[in-house]
Design a protein around this ligand. Structure first.
Ligand SMILES: Nc1nc2c(c(=O)[nH]1)N[C@H]1C(S)=C(S)[C@@H](COP(=O)(O)OP(=O)(O)OC[C@H]3O[C@@H](n4cnc5c(=O)[nH]c(N)nc54)[C@H](O)[C@@H]3O)O[C@H]1N2
Ligand SMILES: Nc1nc2c(c(=O)[nH]1)N[C@H]1C(S)=C(S)[C@@H](COP(=O)(O)OP(=O)(O)OC[C@H]3O[C@@H](n4cnc5c(=O)[nH]c(N)nc54)[C@H](O)[C@@H]3O)O[C@H]1N2
Ligand code: SF4
Ligand SMILES: [Mo]
Length: 773
């Protein structure tokens, strides 16, 4: 077997840059955000193209920002621009005129390209033509589209079973393509549809489905404006959903209190200067968090339990003023036995487990105490914890106590990541489709869909290793870099017979490949999609269940790009030929036809083609939002769930590590090397540590260290990181992903949702060992 081409690689030593540290910021956005947004567009050499596109982004009738899934206002949108700094960076990244052509691949072997950093790989430009890597080939070669589909069909049809193929989806793919893509996988015969949700909000979907009867959030943007208390837990909005800040600002101005729960005092949780308002540019901005709780990594469960204890106590003192008894009686199940459990807990020990003082926790309970309209918003800080599903059920418990779901100004808000990740799921991309969904597809199309549960992301990696999955097809994303246990995953991918990536930009998954590999270049959200002379639009669903249209406006950088819809249809026609009962060509020719069949198969899409043409789109139905919890097991009531507090013992030389995003990346796409809000410039190989821990270990700022993990008796090493002193709880550390994915064991997963628990990694930190040679 070939040696995996991943770091640490003695032939390719890591070169550190010139790390600069400045104090972390206490507010987000303001002038630096405006200048950063514009400079990115200008730096890519696309000032006119880019600036014109910026003003169309997120406007009604324009194109949807391809970065995060935060919604646009339902009402009037700002003519100055409905985008943020990171939306502008995403646009600059995809609107670049730089091209990766066949000539580039002829000049650069795969081995040489794999020596570049992720930042350098991304800077090469847009993929411009289909490329093929033959077995034992050293360089990707140009290939025609026709030949590429022939290769895919030959490999797929040579499999012993359709279950030897896996079809991955990242979260940018439109509703139209997603629907066709899952339809193809099912007609081909497999439910192996791992997707980025399996690393992201699968935990949220799992917890919410079993408690409130729908695996989605219940709040609308408007609820943020009319809430009493907004709790932001395990999420960094200033970087990862920047326009959420405007919603928080509006809520705060209307009287909402904000509680931020995070081991790091993220700038976006502390203060905000709205770059879309003059006062935000020249003024002092708005101070955000009324209460900031610097919880220990994974201390949230203890904190949530402690809050419940205090709320129950307060209710005893002021009956009828704290809990919503009417709601509990009419809409929930299991309150009594749930409340019973608390005799086994005491506040002082819970406070220690949370890493907070009792006083801090009391303040939180007091803020929530007599309020009725409460929103919990969360991100990866909770979903990527081993007990993430339980923690989210605990959040639901608190909201049920307060009667705070299904009413204006209140509810659950899992802040989705990719711009259409929620839509992908609604379009049935799921490794475990329900019986009703499959029966419907059978009724509409007349083929027998597979019923066996497919592989999720972690399952796919294991199956590749065991050579049960032999062909891997990725609709977007960067599977290799986004997934855990880098060395293990590299070996798994290299066992594949064929790996295929539909991509806009070059990434590491093209360089850690199967025996044969294909790169299929596609359009991005901002590109014009012309089909038979008609300028097409697609649709997406945002974090709050609004389905809206999106129409690109930029001329594609190459005429050899193919849109994702055509890629699916061509693959289906080449592979299934006469076996197919579906008229794939008609779908490729006219996206309205795709929306017509979506309407037949997916509830909530009535009159899709009419309503999608209305400015601003439409809301999908959401029973929990309307106060109806369709949980058959509990007779349409939402259950209280009894969970437990984990014992997080660390050995004397161990630390807990959470791998998060910097301000200058979108997942594995590295835009730059500045994490501006945290005051880190020019280097990503850093580890944030508490000064006391540094003193104990004898480390100074910028000292070189190596990071180790020993889960399952295997030594995993991430060499050469620089220590950064930071305001973070003792024994907790933070690094950036994907650099430290090498340390996340494939077996370190979240219970029930099977997601990698990449915010809960036990590590050891040792002074960097310099090879004397
Ligand atoms: N600019 C930009 N925007 C993005 C992305 C991007 O990479 N760049 N990615 C998109 C995607 S796919 C996603 S899923 C979202 C992700 O958005 P976030 O959920 O904000 O993701 P992260 O940066 O991974 O980390 C979240 C936060 O969790 C905190 N945290 C870590 N451990 C704990 C813990 O134990 N408890 C608590 N309470 N907090 C903890 C970290 O300090 C960090 O502030 O953003 C989306 N938007
Ligand atoms: N340690 C650790 N690991 C994590 C996380 C973490 O917080 N910590 N976060 C996890 C999360 S939340 C997520 S969502 C995953 C992300 O996992 P992925 O979604 O697989 O990764 P991305 O980096 O978003 O994918 C970037 C690539 O997508 C391609 N691309 C961009 N736009 C388009 C498009 O319009 N069409 C097509 N076909 N391709 C496109 C480009 O080629 C680009 O290189 O990573 C997960 N991994
Ligand atoms: S908040 Fe998210 S969707 Fe909105 S402009 Fe910024 S990056 Fe794009
Ligand atoms: Mo995500």
């Amino acid at each position: 077997m070939k040696k995996p081409k991943v770091l640490p690689d003695p032939e390719n030593p890591i070169k550190l840059l010139d790390l600069k540290l400045t104090p972390a910021k206490k507010w987000a956005a303001g002038i630096p955000a405006v200048t950063a947004a514009l400079s990115d567009v200008v730096e890519e050499g696309i000032p006119f193209r880019g600036v014109r596109a910026l003003f169309t982004m997120n406007q009604k009738g324009g194109f949807d920002c391809s970065s995060c899934a935060w919604p646009d206002p339902d009402d009037d949108r700002s003519p100055i621009g409905e985008y943020c700094e990171n939306g502008a960076k995403a646009l600059a990244d995809e609107a670049t005129m730089k091209k990766v052509t066949a000539k580039f691949f002829a000049e650069n072997s795969v081995n040489n390209l794999s020596k570049l950093t992720d930042f350098e790989i991304g800077r090469q430009g847009r993929l411009a033509e289909p490329m093929y890597l033959p077995e034992n080939g050293t360089h990707y070669l140009p290939i025609s589209w026709e030949k590429a589909f022939e290769k895919i069909s030959t490999h797929l049809n040579a499999l012993h079973s359709p279950d030897e193929a896996a079809f991955y989806t990242s979260g940018r793919t439109s509703n139209e393509t997603s629907f066709l893509y899952q339809l193809f996988a099912k007609e081909f015969g497999t439910n192996n549809m791992p997707d980025c949700s399996n690393m992201c909000h699968e935990t949220s979907g799992t917890a919410l489905l079993s408690t409130i009867g729908i695996g989605k959030g219940t709040v609308k943007l408007d609820d943020f404006y009319h809430s009493d208390v907004i709790i932001i837990i395990g999420h960094n909005p200033g970087t990862n959903a920047p326009r959420m800040m405007s919603a928080l600002e509006k809520g705060k101005k209307n009287g909402a209190k904000i509680i931020a729960i995070n081991p790091l005092p993220e700038a976006g949780l502390m203060g905000f200067k709205n770059p879309q308002e003059i006062s935000g540019i020249i003024g002092n901005g708005i101070h955000y968090a009324d209460l900031y709780l610097p919880v220990k990594i994974n201390g949230d469960m203890a904190l949530l339990k402690a809050i419940s204890i205090l709320l129950l106590e307060m209710e005893k003192d002021m009956p009828g003023h704290v809990l919503d008894q009417e709601f509990i009686n009419e809409k929930t199940a299991g309150f009594e036995s749930w409340a019973e459990q608390f005799k086994n807990y005491d506040l002082p020990s819970l406070a220690i487990s949370a890493g907070l003082s009792e006083q801090e926790i009391r303040k939180a309970a007091e803020i929530i105490g007599n309020k009725r309209k409460i929103i919990f918003a969360w991100g990866m800080g909770l979903t990527q914890q081993p007990n993430g599903v339980d923690m989210l059920k605990e959040i639901v418990n608190i909201l049920l106590l307060k009667g705070s779901i299904g009413k204006p100004g209140s509810g659950v808000c899992p802040v989705r990541g990719h711009s259409n990740v929620q839509g992908n799921r609604t379009m049935l991309i799921n490794e475990k489709p329900t019986k009703e969904q499959l029966d419907k597809l059978k009724e509409v199309f007349g083929f027998e869909p597979p019923r066996k549960r497919g592989y999720d992301v972690v399952g796919t990696i294991h199956a590749m290793h065991e050579e049960k999955v032999k062909v891997f097809f990725a609709m977007g994303g960067n599977f290799f870099s986004a997934t855990p246990d880098t060395t293990f995953t590299a070996a798994a991918m290299q066992k594949l017979r064929l790996s295929v990536h539909v991509s806009t930009k070059l990434n590491r998954s093209h360089l850690i490949h199967g025996k044969e590999a294909l790169i299929l270049p596609t359009l991005s959200r901002s590109d014009i999609d012309m089909v038979n002379g008609v300028h097409q639009f697609i649709s997406t669903e945002n974090s709050m269940g609004v389905v809206q249209s999106s129409k690109g406006i930029l001329k594609p950088v190459s005429d050899k790009l193919m849109n994702e819809t055509h890629i699916v249809c061509n693959m289906a026609m080449a592979t299934l030929k006469d076996r197919s009962v579906i008229d794939w060509k008609s779908f490729a020719d006219d996206y309205d036809k795709i929306r017509d069949v979506i309407e037949k198969c997916v509830p909530g899409f009535e009159n899709y083609n009419i309503r999608i043409r209305e400015k601003g789109g439409f809301y999908l139905p959401n029973a929990a939002r309307d106060g109806k919890f369709i949980t058959t097991e509990f007779g349409d009531r939402a259950p209280f769930t009894i969970t437990s507090v984990p014992e997080n013992e660390l050995a004397e030389n161990e630390y807990m590590m959470a791998a998060t995003r910097s301000h200058d990346q979108f997942n594995t796409t590295i835009y730059g090397l500045e994490d501006r809000y945290r005051g880190v410039k020019n280097e990503r190989r850093v580890i944030f540590m508490n000064q006391k821990d540094m003193d104990k270990a004898g480390f100074k700022a910028k000292d070189k260290v190596d990071l180790y993990n020993f889960d399952d008796g295997i030594e995993r090493v991430a060499p050469l990181f620089l220590v950064v002193p930071y305001e973070i709880p003792e024994r907790n550390t933070v690094t950036y992903f994907p650099e430290t994915n090498v340390l996340v064991s494939i077996n370190n997963v979240v219970g029930e949702s099977n997601m990698p628990a990449s915010k809960f990694v036990k590590i050891q930190i040792r002074r960097h060992w310099e090879n004397p040679d």
